[in-house]
Every structure is written in C-alpha cells, then in structure tokens.
Design a protein around this ligand. Structure first.
Ligand SMILES: [Zn+2]
Length: 60
C-alpha cells in the first residue's frame, strides 16, 4: 500500500484523519493507521506491526 491522497472538503483543507489507535498487547505502542483498516496494526515511527485481535477496543 502506498500513500493515498487525503480527503479534502470544498474549502481545500485536509480533514483530520481518525486513527485506529489500538494498543499493542504488552506494549505501549498504538496503531497509527486510519481507523477501520483491515491490515495488521502498525506503529509508523518504530515500524512495528502486530495482528488485530477480536474484540479489541481503542480505550484499553
Ligand atoms: Zn490498527
């Protein structure tokens, strides 16, 4: 997956993206991908990825 264009409103400024923000089990990293992504979670700064779990929530 490469970068995609940001959605913009009619005034031309980018909408604030909503992050997945799921926490990695046993760690403090949080997913930085867009909410609702269907790939593994990914922390962009450390390039750490982990598989999603069923029933996980953002506020844990
Ligand atoms: Zn995620």
């Amino acid at each position: 997956m490469s970068t995609s264009t940001q959605p913009q409103n009619k005034e031309g400024w980018s909408l604030i993206p909503v992050l997945c923000f799921i926490r990695k089990p046993g760690d403090t990293l949080r997913c930085t991908l867009a909410a609702g992504h269907d790939s593994d979670h990914l922390h962009a700064y450390t390039h750490t990825s982990w598989p999603p779990r069923s029933g996980e929530k953002q506020a844990d």
